[in-house]
Design a protein around this ligand. Structure first.
Ligand SMILES: [Zn+2]
Length: 71
């Protein structure tokens, strides 16, 4: 009977891990070739979101939800 639920449990764990990765796994990479003046261009290697920052360092949050582009 355990084998019956194994795929379901695995699916839930995989889904949670995927969500976790999406939220916490944002890896911003600076792209100096696309800087606009004082704004620094950053691209998230995890979800592909792009953002500009005027402050030092990468964006604090993922901008994936703002783009409106579905996966
Ligand atoms: Zn991201």
């Amino acid at each position: 009977m355990v084998l019956l639920f194994a795929p379901i449990i695995f699916g839930i764990v995989a889904y949670l891990a995927w969500r976790n990765r999406e939220v916490r796994g944002c890896r911003w990479r600076a792209d100096s070739t696309r800087d606009k003046g004082t704004l620094r261009m950053y691209r998230c290697a995890a979800c592909g979101a792009e953002a500009f920052t005027a402050s030092k360092g990468p964006p604090q949050t993922c901008k994936k939800g703002l783009g409106g582009a579905p996966l």
